[in-house]
Design a protein around this ligand. Structure first.
Ligand code: ZN
Ligand code: ZN
Length: 376
């Protein structure tokens, strides 16, 4: 059996669509037929070449993408349940972790699998078996050691697509920084992460969610996702104005939690100034190496603040993300997060548009595009 795969051979360019042999499924593995592959902000960083230091040049042909959902095409003979213990069979709709904690390193031993340094997939080169290790192809090979979850019938493919990236990520992140009932939470950036985080923070009991962005339509959407206040970079153009606005909303004390979902270095010192004494700064946005910001250690010492850096999540976050969606997908506009769906052969266009979508100013559009390799 063969399957199609989109392959990046040049940064910021169209993709090659190639055919590869679909791998035989090992006893503890599974093969997924991908129904949606989402284009997340991280994928745009990769496509632009900003992560070349980490992942290498694209000349040999790279496959990537991590946000997706699909249907079980084949199950290895030892796999009879999903990771929650529920029966799993071919034809079931699933979402899954796109990384594989090793279970045998100091981080895993500490129960901190999100920090496992060995959890990346084996290859990024499309020519290397099992080929199907990214989200922009007809199949995904869920290798042994995977975490997989059945998607409830009530959750559509479009809503399920960002579960294993944005939603699981913010659900885990806000849990790690211990958002509590009555907190004020500031979210810097109203992209996929920020929107999901607004709803999650509200449902965790935050009294005030404050979202900062420069695009009015995103701020409007953030309000529908639960934001109590939005701060526009167009209206508050200086960092001190935005810091002042947060102080004003918190009786002069600052926020309990501030989160970077932007990935632009200057937001960090600004966010730290928005934080109350004893507050926690959650850093998720920066994935491109080489960025720097000026930092005054005494400021966090004298104010007993904590900075938490985080990549990915613990596998439990997906199960809870699905439960969260079952309960809240109608309360917040989760069905509008994926705004554009493209067939696999138009993936280059999808990336160019996603790049453009993030900057546009026409109303009711969201910066999330997805690829549907088997059609909508
Ligand atoms: Zn490990
Ligand atoms: Zn992502």
């Amino acid at each position: 059996m063969k399957g199609r795969l989109a392959v990046m051979t040049k940064f910021s360019a169209d993709f090659d669509i190639r055919e590869y042999t679909v791998p035989e499924v090992e006893p503890d593995a599974a093969l997924v037929r991908i129904t949606r592959g989402g284009i997340c902000g991280s994928d745009l960083h990769i496509w632009r070449g900003e992560l070349q230091d980490l992942i290498g040049a694209p000349d040999r042909g790279q496959t990537f993408g991590h946000e997706m959902c699909g249907v079980i095409e084949r199950l290895g003979r030892n796999v009879t349940t999903d990771s929650t213990g529920a029966p799993l069979k071919e034809g079931d709709r699933v979402t899954y972790c796109y990384f594989y904690p090793c279970g045998r390193c100091p981080a895993c031993l500490d129960g901190h699998r999100a920090a496992c340094p060995n959890k990346r997939r084996g290859t990024r080169y499309a020519d290397d078996p099992p080929h199907f290790v990214g989200s922009y192809g007809e199949y995904y090979y869920l290798r042994p050691g995977h975490f997989v979850y059945r998607v409830p019938d009530s959750i559509s493919d479009d809503v399920a697509t960002p579960v294993n990236c944005a939603l699981a990520q913010v659900l885990y992140g806000l849990d790690r920084v211990r958002v509590r009932v009555g907190d004020t939470v500031v979210l810097q950036g109203a992209g996929g992460l920020g929107l999901n985080a607004a709803a999650v923070a509200k449902e965790m009991g935050a009294a005030q969610v404050i979202v900062i962005d420069q695009i009015p339509e995103r701020l409007e959407l953030a309000r529908r996702f639960g934001a109590d206040h939005t701060l526009s970079l167009q209206e508050l153009s200086r960092p001190e104005d935005r810091v002042g606005a947060v102080k004003e909303l918190t009786g002069g004390w600052g926020a309990d939690v501030v989160c970077d979902f932007v990935g632009f270095p200057s937001v960090i010192p600004e966010g730290l100034q928005m934080l109350k004494s004893g507050g926690t700064y959650l850093e998720i946005g920066h994935i491109s190496p080489g960025h720097k910001f000026e930092f005054h250690p005494a400021s966090i010492v004298w104010r007993s603040q904590t900075i938490v850096g985080m990549i990915q999540y613990e596998p439990w976050a997906i199960q809870r993300a699905l439960t969260f969606l079952e309960q809240n997908q109608r309360k917040y506009p989760f069905t509008e997060v994926i705004s554009h769906v493209y067939p696999l052969e138009r993936i280059g266009e999808a990336f160019h548009e996603a790049e453009w979508l993030g900057r546009q100013h026409s109303p009711h559009k969201v910066s999330r595009a997805a690829i549907a390799p088997w059609g909508k």
